[in-house]
Write a protein that binds this ligand. Sequence first.
Ligand SMILES: [Zn+2]
Length: 75
Amino acid sequence: MPDIVDISQKCVEFLLDRQIARSRWRIIPPSAHHCVTCSSPIPQARRKAIPDVKACIKCQRLNELKNTNCRYSPI
Ligand SMILES: [Zn+2]
């Protein structure tokens, strides 16, 4: 007869298996062929390396710089 620990462990195993199965079947949207910001083509190597990529490397770097807390001012 299973005790409460056995039942609890079976429940945890079931939930983990279900989460793993869901993550394996997660749909990744296709990468863009052209940058959503500047419309320049995104190289195939970049599209392969980064699933769901939407921006060229130049625009991505600019976006990352904008999103940092850097308060540099040239004046
Ligand atoms: Zn771009």
